[in-house]
Design a protein around this ligand. Structure first.
Ligand SMILES: C[S@@+](CC[C@H](N)C(=O)[O-])C[C@H]1O[C@@H](n2cnc3c(N)ncnc32)[C@H](O)[C@@H]1O
Ligand code: SF4
Ligand code: SF4
Ligand code: SF4
Length: 323
């Protein structure tokens, strides 16, 4: 029986630390081993064209509008005092973008009974997040699961992420993180003692392409992969390197070979790699945020193509994982 101690022993400055959370998803099965709760934090330094979580990219709260659920009651139009809904239910986003700074922010959402116009993001304390996560503690222990911190980029809020991990670990909850690798080396060193598992993306080994498709160079990511590989040995966590396979960006044999080459030449302690086939599940979120989905028409890689790419990595001696 696990010795669950509750949260009495954790310092109050840790439990009271505040951060911006987009969403907390219970019963997740693809974000690590077993049944997990995934905490999606807000804020990301990258802007991947294919990102399936565009609502997590900005740090601040945003208004989202799901038109297909709207009953046309018009309450939101009456409640917005800034003219953003003067020309119809699709808001003028140049006005909404500053709403989080206003005293009566997001008033348009107050009487939307179907909740199709709502706020994405809320400030939460570590304790508030922990209170949600601990509801499923028995399931984690039965299934070998735990909590995964994702986003957005968890280390875009380094202290909050560190304090969350410390709290989970102190309560014997298995921890995982999903990170794009674009963060300070020091911050990886700080969280390493509290990790059971880390997923880090290597989206492309080609610096120019990386910048073109994600908005940033991969230089610090390549460095941090090596750092995390070493830290995984020092602290005994499982380290998985992940590549989302995006048609036209990195789905060629050459691209996957270059990624595999970097990994085999620089990493010794990682458990393996995972290739994630491109999907467009986030498309509707772009529309709900009033943004344009740039990859309209892009098709997911076929199973045959994924098999070919898997073979390349297997032939390089890389273990493959699929969660
Ligand atoms: C939502 S991200 C969060 C972690 C971090 N921001 C990152 O990108 O690594 C979790 C995983 O989903 C992948 N991902 C994001 N959008 C995707 C898409 N459209 N198709 C396939 N994988 C995607 C990312 O590459 C990453 O491995
Ligand atoms: S987010 Fe703000 S500006 Fe935009 S419609 Fe709602 S209340 Fe108006
Ligand atoms: S308040 Fe909600 S349901 Fe009513 S018109 Fe606005 S978005 Fe639609
Ligand atoms: S790093 Fe992750 S969260 Fe950030 S834009 Fe890319 S896919 Fe989205």
């Amino acid at each position: 029986m696990v010795n669950y101690t509750g949260n009495k022993t954790i310092a109050s400055e840790i439990l009271n630390k505040k951060g911006m959370v987009s969403n907390i998803e219970r019963y997740a099965i693809n974000d690590g081993f077993g049944l997990r709760t995934t905490v999606f934090l807000k804020g990301c330094p990258l802007r991947c064209k294919w990102c399936s979580n565009p609502e997590t990219q900005k740090f601040n709260c945003e208004m989202v509008f799901f038109e297909d659920q709207c009953i046309g009651c018009g309450e939101c139009v009456k409640l917005c005092r800034y003219g953003a809904l003067d020309n119809g239910l699709k808001a003028d986003r140049s006005i909404c973008d500053k709403c989080y700074l206003r005293e009566d922010a997001f008033s348009c959402t107050l009487k939307c009974y179907p909740q199709c116009r709502k706020i994405d993001g809320q400030e939460m304390t570590v304790k508030e997040v922990f209170d949600v996560v601990k509801r499923d503690i028995q399931f984690y222990h039965l299934s070998g699961g735990g909590v995964t911190i994702s986003g957005g980029e968890p280390l875009a809020q380094p202290e909050f992420t560190l304090n969350l991990l410390q709290t989970f670990k102190q309560n014997y909850i298995n921890t995982a993180i999903e990170t794009c690798g674009y963060a300070r080396e020091d911050d990886y060193e700080a969280i390493a003692p509290y990790l059971d598992m880390a997923f880090m993306d290597l989206k492309s080994a080609d610096t120019v392409k990386h910048e073109e498709w994600t908005g940033a160079s991969n230089a610090s990511i390549l460095n941090n992969i090596i750092v995390m590989d070493e830290l995984s040995k020092e602290y005994g966590f499982d380290f998985i390197i992940r590549t989302p396979v995006i048609p036209g960006f990195n789905d060629s044999a050459h691209e996957i070979q270059s990624i595999g080459k970097f990994v085999t030449e620089n990493c010794k302690n990682y458990k393996g790699m995972e290739l994630l086939p491109y999907h467009k599940l986030g498309r509707g979120k772009y529309i709900s945020l009033g943004r344009i989905y740039e990859l309209e028409g892009l098709k997911a890689p076929s199973d045959e193509q994924m098999n070919e790419l898997h073979k390349i990595l297997i032939n390089m001696g890389i273990n493959l994982y699929q969660f």
